[in-house]
Design a protein around this ligand. Sequence first.
Ligand code: AMP
Ligand code: GLY
Length: 430
Amino acid sequence: MHVLILGSGGREHAFAWKIAQSSLIQNLFVAPGNAGTEHVATNVSLDPNDFKTVKKFVLDNQIDMVIVGPEDPLVNGIVDFFKSDKQLSKVGIIGPNAQAAQLEGSKDFAKQFMFRHGIPTAKYQSFQANQLKEGQTYLETLKAPYVLKASGLAAGKGVVILEDLAKAKKELKAMLTDNKFGEAGTTVVIEEFLKGVECSVFILTDGNNYKILPEAKDYKRIGEGDTGLNTGGMGAVSPVPFCTPEFMDKIETQVIIPTMKGLKADQIDYQGFIFFGLIKVGNEPYVIEYNCRMGDPETEVVIPRIKSDLLHLFEGVTTKTLGECDINIDPRSAATVMMVSDGYPENYEKGKEISGLSEVQGSLLFHAGTKKSGQKTITNGGRVIAATSFGLNIFDALDYSYEAAEIIQYKGKYFRTDLGEDLKKFFKEK
Ligand code: AMP
Ligand code: GLY
């Protein structure tokens, strides 16, 4: 098969690394890719949101399957573009259409979907620019902390949680009438704060059948002890100690099955990944958010734990025969540590030379923001490289990843050293 992966992060490098090992692969391309994907595939310099250029490349290179990594091409309708084009309609594409991608693209849509189908989630109301007063009155009915979310895509930055009612009212005004998050914030979802521990659960679906992938927990904040600004993700572990078989059963019956039935009832055809951002409140799972793609950096621990041929599973999705495929999971634990650029998630410098890459042994290095400059590999983003390792348990795996993160050098390297600490208390449960 000739396969094109769209995207340039650690997630896409992990996909490329895995697919390069498939017995079905003939030619693998990543667009635009990074310095890591170059080792397992051919990088193609094109923008995943420029559908016409993607089309030309797909036809010129007889691509059989396209795997869409990030959410924006999906929300922008790349799947619809493929399905409605005579020349492209036979090309398999992994990802949902624009309507289905609204599960991530519009938090208001996702909340309505969950309420319509009885999927547990925080209670909420949505407000638009002309409803500032109503929104502020609704805030008064809630208890602190106050959760305000820009409904549209805001690259993970659209959620604000505040302790103080006056500040929450001011923030609502900034979002609704002062365009703080631009278009994404023209509708704001205000919801009840849920207290609990979070985890990420993923399925791959062909619209009828689904496979549950290994669950993971990511670490979103920049600082030790989960403090400071939200980032794309500073690391991840899989499995998650509190995701016992009993809790995973609850997730399947209370969240996954109702989501699949809800999609059917609403006549939404969904092919691809569904990422359930969950929070465990007491002993019950609640959905914080849906994403229409895999998580990053969760992919960097989930994909290495899948032993089955990923392309074979993807073929099951595009031919709607996923029910006939088996998925085999590595029982070992995996952990990934994300190395970032000093200053991230705010301003940071690029172009720093990275050394030590070839000295790392026993860990997988998934590149995120890197590129080649002659013979050198240089930093090219806030998140730079994820080091993934296997271990007997997540702490063992984390130790190996920290060793790898010490070996890699570039000016301004930073990574968190407290990943998994919050999970020690659950460890005996699993
Ligand atoms: P989201 O972009 O919706 O995943 O939200 C980002 C982060 O904000 C989540 O990972 C949670 O840590 C937090 N968060 C979002 N909604 C809630 C909520 N209703 N209660 C508590 N924390 C939340
Ligand atoms: N790691 C969270 C996300 O990919 O949205």
